[in-house]
Structure formats: C-alpha cells, structure tokens
Design a protein around this ligand. Structure first.
Ligand SMILES: NC(=O)c1ccc[n+]([C@@H]2O[C@H](COP(=O)([O-])OP(=O)(O)OC[C@H]3O[C@@H](n4cnc5c(N)ncnc54)[C@H](OP(=O)(O)O)[C@@H]3O)[C@@H](O)[C@H]2O)c1
Length: 368
C-alpha cells in the first residue's frame, strides 16, 4: 500500500488566496458562467444552478481519479475529451467504450490533443507515472519527467489556443485544473500544513514544485489556474485503500511502521466534486488542498478500517520490512503529513465525507 502524496513553486503561498482579477479571462468566464459572482464565498448551490455546458479535456483520464471525473462530467451532460498516450489508446478505448461513452472523444496523437484542447472550455491534468513502486534512479526520473513533460505539453497547447483566441480564432479553455500532491509540504508528525505553508526538502516535495512550476507557466491573464494538492485518495477501485482492504479481509491488516504518522486523506467522490467545482466556479483559483477537513493518524485509519470490515487491526508491519521492499519509496508509506484544506473550507466547499469512518463505510459498502 502506498501513502503517496506528491505536488510548486515557492511563490505558491502568495497566490493561494488570490481572487479573480477583472481580465479578459473573467469576461469570458462571465459569458460561460453568467450566474456566478466573483466573491470567494460563492456557494456550491449558487454555482450548481448554472446550466452552462462544458467540454473538458483530461490527461490521466484512464486512471483511478480520472475515470470517476469522466463519469461525473458525463452525468451532468458535459462533454469529455480523453487525452491519452498513444501507447494507451487501446486501454482508453476499453475504459471508455464508444457504445457506453458516446460523449467521450479519445485523443492519442499530438495534433488531436491540440485540437481537443483548443475546442475545450476547461482542461484537467491528472497524468503521471504511479509513485508507489520501488524507486530506482530511473524510476525517480520517470516519476518526475512523466508529470513535468505532460504538464508542459498541455500548457503549451492551452497557451497557443488562448493566443489564437485573442486573435479571434476559436475560444480556447478558460480554466486549467492541474493535479499536484500534499507531498509538496514534506513530512512531519508534529506540524500541520495549509496552502500558505512552505515546501519541504525531500524528493517528493521537489517533484511537486517542478510539477506545479510547469503548470504555472499557463498564461494566467487568460486562463484561471487551479492547482489541487491532493492527499491520499480513498476509493474502492484504486489507490492506497484497494491495497489495504484485501489485507484486512485476511486478518492481516495493521498500522504500517509506528502508526503515529499523519494520513491526510480524501474520498474520491469529494475530490472529483472539488475538481468539478474548480472547473465551474471562478472563485476557485491558485492552490487548493484536496484533502478532507479531518486528517487522522495512520493507526486510527487502520482501527477504523478494521471496525468497518469487521476485522481486528493488529500486528504493525515493521518499517524495516517496508524499507527493504520499497527502498526510498518507503518514505511515502512510513512518513506522512497533516494537511488542512483551508481554502476549500473558506470557499464553502461542501464535503460528502468529512470523517474517515463515514468515507470507509461508504467505500466498503460498495466493495462487499
Ligand atoms: N491517487 C492518489 O491517492 C493521489 C494522491 C496525490 C496525488 N495524486 C496525483 O493525481 C494524479 C491522478 O492520480 P490517479 O491515482 O488517478 O493516478 P493513476 O490511476 O496512476 O493514473 C494516472 C494516469 O496517468 C497516465 N500515466 C501513467 N504513467 C504515465 C507516464 N509514465 N507518463 C505519462 N502519463 C502516464 C495514465 O494515463 P494514460 O495511460 O491514459 O496516458 C494513467 O491512467 C496523479 O498525477 C497522481 O500523482 C494521486
């Protein structure tokens, strides 16, 4: 299992609480979202009354979070363009078969990515090689490069399409939502972090700064940028929990290492809602932590999970065994951070699952 939390630049804190500026971007937003006001306290209810149809291009759409986001967008009658790698074209076609996903366009070639982005109202960037592996020097390079390269490519297309838009050629996207991770903050058993906290010193913090730095190269005078520092995403089809549940079902679950490390989690449905809200609501700008308001220690998560699945949580897994298995990658399992969603709370974002017990119950109910 991997408690993995990747994610920019040292200037992030100053932009964290920025409000929308009256630029060409906001005038375009007003066109697209005529019922929104620019107040940072715009409520979800006000926003959800908008009937504006969106077309959203998504990288990493075939992954754990992306699949749920596509389903959410389609269920609300929006259109989706799946930006996948050419090596993943078959995977994308089987995840989103045309018969069941008529609203989805799959783009795997450079020119198709460009056209999709130009014709979209928003872009979401979720691509990246999984980090819950053993980290050889090559793997570490790929973890970083996969995020930086895809983000650079998408930013170039967004910037080109918005330049074309200012010349009267098409519209281009008005919002760019890019994933990053709470690994940005580094790890601590004592400190808590919000969006104004500085970045950490470890490898994942470095990856997140580079990743966010590329996303910040989008022309923010034209495009609203939202950087979501995602915590550990809980859901039934992937992520850390999918690896933990089978262990618990075999009576072998328990805290990893000491269990005192922090676990900043979010239910996948809440994260998808947060991304959706970021696409639609002009008050969502800059860095937003994608975590639930009540992070827990890992031992509590394991206790709760044990209760929910009706199994005891015992036999802590020794840190040394994990280090032997994962090498440096063990840091994402054995260390954590307490991250609070100050901005989402300030924006009035409404969580379906603010408490881990309810999140786990809902997930296990679907699992069994
Ligand atoms: N899940 C979490 O708990 C969590 C926590 C913090 C941050 N995040 C971040 O959120 C994003 C989405 O997470 P997820 O859990 O949905 O990830 P995922 O299931 O691993 O999917 C990521 C997608 O990225 C693409 N991808 C994979 N390897 C790649 C590579 N080497 N180069 C370029 N693209 C590659 C794939 O899409 P195609 O094959 O279609 O191209 C894949 O479906 C990731 O960037 C992740 O780091 C996730």
């Amino acid at each position: 299992m991997a408690i993995r939390v990747l994610f920019p630049s040292s200037s992030s804190s100053s932009s964290s609480f920025s409000t929308a500026q009256p630029t060409r971007r906001t005038s375009r937003l007003r066109r697209g979202f005529c019922c929104f006001c620019s107040s940072s306290t715009t409520s979800s209810d006000e926003v959800s009354s908008s009937s504006s149809m969106m077309t959203v291009s998504i990288t990493g759409a075939t992954g754990f979070i992306g699949r749920r986001l596509v389903d959410k967008l389609l269920s609300e009658d929006h259109k989706v363009c799946v930006l996948t790698r050419s090596t993943s074209k078959n995977k994308a076609s089987s995840v989103f078969p045309a018969s069941r996903y008529p609203g989805v366009t799959i783009a795997d070639k450079e020119g198709d990515w460009e056209r999709c982005i130009r014709d979209s109202t928003g872009v979401v960037n979720l691509a990246g090689m999984p980090i819950s592996t053993r980290w050889s020097p090559e793997v570490k390079k790929e973890i970083l490069q996969s995020r930086v390269n895809v983000t650079s490519k998408v930013v170039d297309h967004v910037n080109t399409s918005t330049s074309a838009s200012s010349n009267g050629n098409g519209n281009g996207p008005s919002v760019f939502v890019s994933a990053t991770a709470v690994g940005y903050y580094g790890t601590s058993e004592t400190d808590s972090f919000d969006e104004s906290s500085p970045s950490g010193n470890d490898y994942l913090a470095h990856v997140c700064r580079e990743w966010e730095g590329r996303a910040r190269q989008v022309k923010q005078e034209h495009v609203r940028l939202v950087l979501i520092r995602i915590g550990v995403v809980l859901g039934k089809d992937g992520g850390a929990l999918a690896k933990m549940i089978p262990l618990f079902m075999m009576f072998a679950g328990g805290p990893l290492g000491t269990g005192t490390q922090w676990f900043s989690w979010i239910h996948v449905d809440d994260l998808v809602d947060l991304i959706y809200e970021s696409l639609r609501n002009p008050a969502y700008t800059g860095v937003i932590n994608g975590t639930a308001p009540n992070p827990v220690r890992l031992s509590e998560l394991c206790d709760r999970l044990g209760q929910v699945v009706g199994r005891p949580s015992w036999l802590p897994v020794p840190g040394l065994a994990i280090k032997a298995l994962l090498g440096e990658g063990a840091t994402v399992v054995l260390d954590g951070q307490k991250v609070l969603p100050a901005r989402a709370t300030h924006l009035g974002f409404s969580y379906r699952y603010p408490y881990v017990r309810d999140a786990l119950k809902a997930i296990i109910a679907k699992q069994l």
